[in-house]
Design a protein around this ligand. Sequence first.
Ligand SMILES: O=C(O)CCC(=O)C(=O)O
Ligand SMILES: [Fe+2]
Length: 421
Amino acid sequence: MKLLAFNYLLVFIACATNAFVESAKDPAFAGEKADGEDGETCTEPVVTPTGEVGCSAKSAFDPTRQDVRSKLPFPPKNLMPGKPFPRVHVKDLYKPKNEDYLYRRKPFILTNAADDWTAVKDKFLKSGRRLAKWFPRSVVDFYPMNMLQTGSHPYLFRLKQGLAELELPPGQGRFGKTELEDARGNPGKYLHFQLTSKTWKKLRESGALGKKMHKWFRTDGWMSKCLKSQQLVDEYHIKTHWKIILIGGAGAGMFNHSDSLLTSSWHTHLEGLKWWYVCGTSDDYGFNCYEDLFYPGDTLFYPKHYHHQTQNIETLSMTVTGTVANAFNYEAIATQLHRECAYSHLSFDLSGPLCDALDDCFVLWHQHFQRNSGKDKKTLKREARKRWKPWRKLASTSEKRKKDSPSALGNNYDGRNYINS
Ligand SMILES: O=C(O)CCC(=O)C(=O)O
Ligand SMILES: [Fe+2]
C-alpha cells in the first residue's frame, strides 16, 4: 500500500455516513443525475460513494459483466457497480485521442505494455520465490489478518519467512486461529515488499520487467538530480512507498482508501487475478467509479485523489506498482512533502538531509513541469522557493533536532522495530 490519507469504508450500508468529501463538493459531480432518478424500481439499495443510500446505479450495471464480481472470495454486497475502465493498447498511447492517458490525467488500463516482461509471460518471479532467493533477508510488511478492514497492521518479516507464511492457508500459519478471527470474516494474507534502488535495479536487469521497460513507466529521472546520494534515494523510496511488489493469497485485498501523498500510480499485474474498484473525479468526466478484473500484463493507472480498493482472487497473485510525480500532481506532492518536512503532519519520519534535498526537488519539479509557461528558470525558482519555503525556516527547533538526529536516517525495516523470524 501507498501511505493512506483517509480510512474510508464505503462498502456497507451500515457505513453510510462516511463520504468522499472532496468529490461530493465537486461541481461536476453535483450536476450528475442522482441514482434512482430515472424511475426504476429499487430492488437492491446501495451506498453511493458520497455515502447516500439510494437505488443502485442500474445504468452502470452491465449484465455482460456479472463475472467482474462473481469470482471474488468476499463479494462486496452493497457497492455500486463500476464501469469498465477505458483500455488503451500501448501502441495507441501516442495517438492524439489518448493524450489524457499518455499524460496520466485519467484512470485507465494500459494493455500489452508488459508483453515482454518475463515476470508476466514466464512467471519468472515464481510468485515471489525468486525474490525470496535474491533478497531472503529483506524486511517486508506482512499482513496475516488481511487488509480488507481498516485498522489492519503489518508484522515485519524477512522476505523468505514472510513468503513461507503467506503460502500457508489462513489459520495454519504462525498466528494460528487469530489469522481467521482477526480478519473479521475475510481471511487472506498480504505481503508488501518495499523496493529500493538495489531491488529495482535487479528486477530491471533480470528482464523481469522487460528488456527496456516502456518509457511511460520510466518517470524517476528527476531523482538523481536532487536526491544526490543513493542513501537519500533509498530513504525516499522506503518512506514514501514509492515502488512496491505486492503478493497476496486468495481473498487478500485492501480496504477503500486514497494515497496520502496525493500521488498517482501505475500497477502492473504480474500473476494471478485481481479485482480493482476505483472512484474519483476528473475535470471533464465528473465523478466515476470503475471496476475490473486484472489479468497478468494489465496495467492500471489512477491519478491523485482517486479512492481504490482491491481483492485478490487467485493464489498467489502478484503486482508491481510505481509512483509518479508529473505536471498534474507535483504541486500536491510537493505541498504534502513540504508539510511533512516542516511539521511532520503525515509521520513519514523523513530525515533533515532528505528534507534539505527535497527543497531542491520542489524547485526542479516546478522548473521542469512549468517549462512551457514562458517563464525563465530563475523566475520559476523564485516562485517555487516562495511557495515551498525552505523547511528549516518553518520547522520548530525540536522538529529540526528530531530530523537531524542520526536515528532519523533509519527506517521501519532496518531492525529498529521487531522483526519476526
Ligand atoms: O494492490 C493493492 O491491493 C492496493 C495497493 C495500493 O492501494 C497502493 O499501492 O496504493
Ligand atoms: Fe493505495
